[in-house]
Design a protein around this ligand. Structure first.
Ligand code: PMP
Length: 355
């Protein structure tokens, strides 16, 4: 049989692998592959969800109630807040808005797995800049890589999957080196887990005020435990966010997601107590892994990085055999989310046996 003629697909898209999700875990396994929150949803959030607006109606396209809450919280205007179905959606919207054919997008690598696809989908060229030896952003090299074709720079702090932060001083120096007409996206998906006092805090420091080219991204997926509902937000200059609103798929934030996000802000104290527990477990995990001889970078997020190099696949298989699903990056390392309490000892046991 002859092959049917199929519609032409852009070659760079045909060659692009779809987003790779961590393996699904069996009922007895710990799923530590997607940096999810291990706690059950709060009863108050579930209760609010049960009263979501009738689902035969479309949601509010701009999630006004949630934006009002966030605007009040951060002391910004309503149009300085943008909400989308996950912060990954906002990454796509902003890069689409800023970069096109012939343009460049600079990002650190290794970093969040979605980054390489962002310029590609926009028709632009990605410029990955290797992390430094201590698994941090090499901001000097990133600033050196900015050319007159650069339209956007992606900064991830704490860096997924390695864990270290960008400091406030490093960020200030970097912004000073980048032309003011280049978009800088400060991806702070894990901000609530940061305890280092010298870390950049894009919202606390209101960096977007002095620098309208900086947009700060946050999410309800991690610290707030709403990964399954898909809701994230950006704070920045209204005109820059208008561009994200223009490229976004209309009506993609569901009423359920907006309701749950608002209920989570109402229950923030309880949720941040859980974050503190995860941070304690992170400290215990990093300390014990280092005691076993692993060179674990300083993690300020809800995951840790094991630099397993050539042994990555074999070691990931050993974790899986012990019913722990981790996220291996072949030839490089393994990212392990900080999960349920009993998962910590199990992770440490496997880590010691493969060491
Ligand atoms: N940025 C970073 C650095 C991430 O690790 C993730 C999730 N893995 C996201 C953005 C996207 O999160 P979400 O779309 O769930 O808000």
């Amino acid at each position: 049989m002859t092959e049917p003629i199929l519609p032409r697909i852009r070659p760079e898209i045909a060659a692009l692998a779809p987003y790779r999700q961590g393996k699904q875990a069996g009922p007895d396994a710990f799923k530590l592959s997607s940096n999810e929150n291990p706690f059950e949803p709060l009863p108050s959030v579930l209760e609010a969800l049960a009263h979501t607006t009738p689902i035969n109606r479309y949601p509010d396209a701009t999630a006004t109630r949630l934006r009002e809450r966030l605007a009040a919280r951060y002391g910004v205007d309503l149009d300085q807040v943008h909400v989308a179905s996950g912060s990954v959606a906002i990454l796509y919207q902003l890069v689409q808005a800023a970069a096109s054919v012939g343009d460049e997008v600079v990002y650190a690598w290794r970093s969040f797995e979605a980054y390489p696809g962002l310029p590609l989908v926009a028709g632009a060229t990605g410029v990955p800049i290797p992390l430094s030896a201590d698994a941090r952003h090499d901001l000097d090299a990133m600033a050196d890589a900015v050319t007159d074709r650069t339209r956007a720079v992606l900064l991830c702090t704490p860096n997924n999957p390695t864990g270290p932060i960008i400091t406030a001083d490093e960020f200030t120096a970097f912004v000073a080196r980048v032309p003011a007409d280049v978009l800088i996206i400060l991806d702070e998906a894990y901000a609530e887990f940061v305890t280092a006092e010298d870390a950049v805090d894009g919202l606390g420091a209101r960096v977007f005020e002095d620098h309208p080219n900086v947009v700060v991204l946050r999410t309800f997926s991690k610290a707030y435990g709403l990964a399954g509902l898909r809701v994230g937000y950006a704070i920045g200059h209204a005109k820059v966010l208008d561009a994200a609103r223009a490229t976004g798929i209309p009506l993609s934030v569901t009423a359920a997601a907006e309701t749950a996000a608002i209920a989570s802000l109402d229950a923030e104290g309880e949720l941040l107590d859980r974050v503190a527990v995860i941070v304690e477990r992170r400290t215990a995990l990093v300390t014990a892994l280092r005691a076993q001889g692993w060179e674990v970078p300083d993690s300020q997020a809800n995951f840790v990085w094991l630099p397993t190099g050539d042994r990555t696949d074999e070691i990931a298989a050993a974790f899986l055999a012990a019913d722990i699903v981790v996220r291996p990056f072949s030839g490089d390392g393994i990212r392990i989310s900080v999960g349920e309490e009993p998962s910590i000892d199990r992770v440490l046991h496997v880590a010691s046996t493969v060491r």
